[in-house]
Design a protein around this ligand. Structure first.
Ligand SMILES: *[C@@H]1O[C@H](CO)[C@@H](O)[C@H](O)[C@H]1NC(C)=O
Ligand SMILES: *[C@@H]1O[C@H](CO)[C@@H](O)[C@H](O)[C@H]1NC(C)=O
Ligand SMILES: *[C@@H]1O[C@H](CO)[C@@H](O)[C@H](O)[C@H]1NC(C)=O
Ligand SMILES: *[C@@H]1O[C@H](CO)[C@@H](O)[C@H](O)[C@H]1NC(C)=O
Ligand SMILES: CC(=O)N[C@H]1CO[C@H](CO)[C@@H](O)[C@@H]1O
Length: 522
């Protein structure tokens, strides 16, 4: 029997789990070195003036935004030419900052400037940071080369761990396993972190049996599992259709006094939901709720809400929503979205409207996903006009629809055969700043066929304009336009010119149609 298709909530839980695994691995490779440098920086930056100076250097780096290669070196060289000091401790701090904002290329360039230009010493922990950055900026081969070139003392559990994390991120199973075995030989594999890292790779690529055998290995090596190990292991047992073992894993962890946070119980609940074990899921959700620490943020509440929606318990969804409202001054767009999704799932459209209007009158930044959710509900109920009105209102407020919006309306109108309204949304779609949303070939054919059959020259011309704007006009579209002209008994003098301007080759088919139109016009 194949495992059931995971619910949206379960996918969310798993995604969080895997991203936590990556974050933990990266933090471990990186944090201590930067932390030490930062602490040292704070101590030595005794003079306030000096500190201000240093901060202004970071401001310059920060202002680079998305500037390309060489920009960091230029800022640094200029800084030095101005006769100012660039201390290693400060620079290490900036590397950390830049990484935090995912400006990996700039962080790497700064690090390499430190080494190449200033001849600064790289501590061995910094090697792991650099390795991680090299992977992110230049790819796995560059990272491997860097690792191979490290002096022997630089090849330690940190850099091995960082390389393992690269292989796991790149989903390179063989290499990851190989490096893990190497770590084994060196006696540096016996800790939770690299094992969790490898386990999360196996979960990602669906090698669940390998997760369970890694856990056995952990026991042999006497490595203590943590909450992440527990979650990954439970997911794997569920994927192997061993739902009974899932509960046992959790019990075993509880007995071993592993500090299981709420996330272990949200994982457990999501697995029970997938297995259609509603009672067990609800009992896990009760435990989850008991473990929530309000100080730690809203995320657990959002999960709770979405999981209660998955088990179809409306009263609990509403209760959790009230908890969110009561515990937090501001309700985030994520919570609003979660609530709308939950209510959509539970078919409570009146309440949805209420929540949507609540958000609408409170939001600071517009988020199209919320209006899309409301649109979905209206369209499901055939309330087309209400759905359109939502967006007119959004427009009045100066905000915009997105590609998902267009998709929703297109599917809806095309499904009903209302191609005129659908065409409006194709036109709206071409106004989106990023022309990411292109029509697929099937939809294009459907429109063209409709216009031909209905002898709708105006529609066909408008549609071709859209195709031109989104860069997917072709000979086939022109042939269809020409057939529409013929069907409607229309001629066009500018058509040849248009075809030429669109750089469409006048093939045999188009040539023949053009001739027929010209003959008619005579
Ligand atoms: C770099 O470290 C080595 C060995 O620890 C030391 O001999 C050398 O003086 C250091 N160089 C700088 C520029 O600090
Ligand atoms: C495991 O617990 C730690 C510390 O309580 C927490 O930071 C981390 O996010 C948890 N991991 C998962 C997967 O929830
Ligand atoms: C929803 O959950 C509550 C609390 O667990 C329970 O008392 C109630 O019976 C549940 N309702 C439904 C419809 O499952
Ligand atoms: C919520 O809205 C903010 C703008 O206020 C946006 O930057 C953010 O991406 C939204 N949240 C999520 C989870 O997307
Ligand atoms: C939300 C939005 O901009 N809708 C527009 C889509 O296109 C039709 C026809 O051009 C307009 O009337 C709508 O206002």
């Amino acid at each position: 029997m194949a495992p059931p298709v995971p619910t949206a909530a379960a996918r969310l839980v798993l995604r969080r789990l895997l991203s936590t695994a990556v974050a933990e691995a990266e933090a471990a490779a990186v944090a201590p070195a930067a932390e030490k440098a930062a602490a040292k920086g704070a101590k030595t930056a005794a003079a306030a003036g000096e500190e201000k100076d240093a901060r202004s250097l970071y401001r310059r780096l920060s202002a680079l935004g998305g500037a390309g290669e060489g920009s960091v070196s230029r800022v640094m060289n200029k800084w030095v030419r101005e006769g100012r000091e660039a201390r290693a401790a400060d620079l290490a701090k900036y590397v950390k900052e830049l990484r935090k904002y995912k400006r990996h290329a700039h962080a790497l360039e700064l690090m390499e400037w430190m080494v190449n230009t200033k001849g600064m010493n790289m501590s061995y922990t910094n090697h792991a940071v650099r390795l991680d950055l090299i992977y992110k900026v230049r790819g796995i081969e560059a990272a491997e080369q860097y690792f191979a070139g490290l002096p022997d003392p630089g090849k330690n559990h940190k850099t091995y761990g960082a390389l393992l994390n690269c292989y796991c991120s790149a989903k390179m199973e063989d290499k990851a396993t190989e490096i893990y075995r190497k770590m084994d030989e060196l006696g540096i594999s016996s800790s939770t972190l690299p094992i969790n890292n490898l386990m999360s790779l196996y979960v990602k690529i669906g090698q669940h049996r390998k997760v369970t055998s890694l856990f056995e290995e952990m026991k042999v090596k006497n490595v203590k599992p943590d909450n992440l190990t527990c979650c990954l292991l439970m997911s794997s047992y569920a994927a192997l259709n061993k739902i009974d073992t899932v509960g046992e894993v959790l019990k075993e962890m509880e007995e071993k006094k592993v500090a299981l946070g709420w996330s272990a119980y949200s994982t457990l609940a999501s697995l029970y939901v997938n297995a259609n074990m509603v009672e067990e899921a609800e009992s896990a959700l009760k435990k989850l709720e008991n473990l929530i620490d309000v100080q730690a943020g809203r995320q657990p509440f959002d999960f709770l809400m979405s999981l209660y929606a998955s088990v179809g318990n409306l009263s609990e969804v509403n209760r959790v929503w009230n908890l969110i409202k009561a515990n937090f001054q501001k309700v985030t767009n994520t919570s609003y979205l979660g609530m709308l999704q939950a209510l959509y799932k539970l078919n409570d459209d009146d309440r949805m409207k209420q929540i949507y209007e609540d958000w609408e009158s409170n939001y600071e930044n517009y988020d199209a996903r919320l209006t899309n959710m409301m649109t979905r509900a209206h369209l499901r109920n055939g309330l087309t006009k209400e759905a359109e009105l939502l967006w007119e209102k959004v427009k009045e407020k100066g905000a915009e629809f997105d590609s998902k919006t267009c998709e929703l309306f297109l599917e809806h109108y095309m499904g009903k055969g209302d191609m005129t309204s659908a065409l409006n949304w194709v036109e709206n779609m071409t106004k989106l700043p990023r022309k990411k949303s292109k029509l697929d070939q099937e939809k294009i054919s459907c429109f063209l066929k409709y216009f031909e059959e209905h002898k709708d020259v105006e529609g066909a011309e408008r549609f071709l304009n859209c195709l031109r704007t989104s860069g997917c006009i072709d000979g086939k579209a022109y042939e269809s336009l020409l057939r529409t002209y013929l069907a409607a008994g229309k001629t066009s003098r500018s058509i040849r010119q248009m075809i030429k301007e669109d750089k469409i080759e006048i093939c045999y088919g188009i040539g023949k149609l053009l001739k027929r139109i010209a003959d008619k016009g005579r």
